[in-house]
Write a protein that binds this ligand. Structure first.
Ligand code: ATP
Ligand code: MG
Length: 243
């Protein structure tokens, strides 16, 4: 079963085409990664998938629902970890989770229990009552991951989930994502860490200037180009920049 189906998606900002007629599918339980240089269009693609903004043209279906038709039903089954921190600075760590749970009509008692479990999951239990302003950058990333999980999503959309994390926390997040994957969660993520993509993605799409240059498993790409995933990335995105 396909969780995401994208056909000929184009997204323009005014006259600028940020995403240019791309197509791909993501299967249930798959971890699908978008790789590509700054400005390639990765965040834009994810924003259309999580119904933050409509496509300019093309057909985008999530859980077999068209994003134009019923974004509410799609959003109910999604978890989103944005590239930019959008935590509420006026609330404590645990309040950020409990208040967010309201969007999913989760009762306060249940939300408080879930929030406690998720803080333990991302190793922030001792920060539960701290103000957001007093968290480090890496702690905020982990809290954003916890928040994305509050509705037990079937599809997790993670925009650079491990940026700014120390090596220990990064590994710990990888382990958590792998645990969620074993529970059947489907993932879309972006990363600039090729080692991360190689470790956790079943398939990657390498994007540049709004187009997908290639989609394949990290293993096949490395075998075809006889190098590491970073070599493949540099070769493919470097060549297209020269073009
Ligand atoms: N709201 C917006 N209005 C106008 N242009 C935008 C907007 N958001 C993104 N863009 C442009 O669209 C292009 C793709 O941006 P996007 O954020 O999708 O890239 P990205 O691949 O996520 O990059 P990064 O690796 O830096 O996060 C860029 O040229 C960017 O300047
Ligand atoms: Mg981005």
């Amino acid at each position: 079963m396909q969780v995401v189906t994208v056909k000929n998606l184009t997204k323009c900002y005014g006259t600028f085409t940020a995403v240019d007629a791309i197509s791909f599918d993501i299967a249930k339980g798959e971890c699908f990664g978008f790789l590509g240089p700054n400005g390639a269009g990765k965040t834009t693609v994810m924003s259309v998938i999580h119904c933050f903004m409509p496509p300019t043209s093309g057909d985008v279906r999530v859980f077999d629902i068209a994003v134009r038709e019923d974004p509410g039903s799609i959003k109910a089954k999604l978890g989103v970890m944005p590239q930019e921190d959008n935590l509420d600075p006026d609330l404590s760590v645990i309040e950020n989770l409990v208040v967010y749970a309201r969007y999913f009509d989760i009762r306060k008692k249940t939300a408080t229990r879930l929030a406690g479990e998720l803080l333990s999951f991302v190793e922030l239990t001792d920060k539960a009552n701290v103000n957001i302003r007093d968290l480090s950058g890496g702690m905020k990333r982990r809290l954003l991951l916890a928040r994305a999980l509050i509705n037990t999503p079937e599809l997790l959309i993670l925009d650079e989930p491990t940026v700014g994390l120390d090596p220990h926390s990064r590994r710990s997040v990888w382990e958590k994502l792998q645990w969620l994957k074993r529970q059947g969660t489907t993932f879309i993520l972006t990363t600039h860490y090729m080692e991360e993509a190689e470790k956790i993605c079943d398939r990657v799409a390498i994007m540049d200037a709004g187009k997908i240059i290639t989609i394949d498993t990290p293993g096949s790409l490395m075998a075809a180009h006889d190098g590491s995933l970073e070599d493949v990335y540099l070769k493919l995105t470097g060549r297209s920049l020269e073009d």
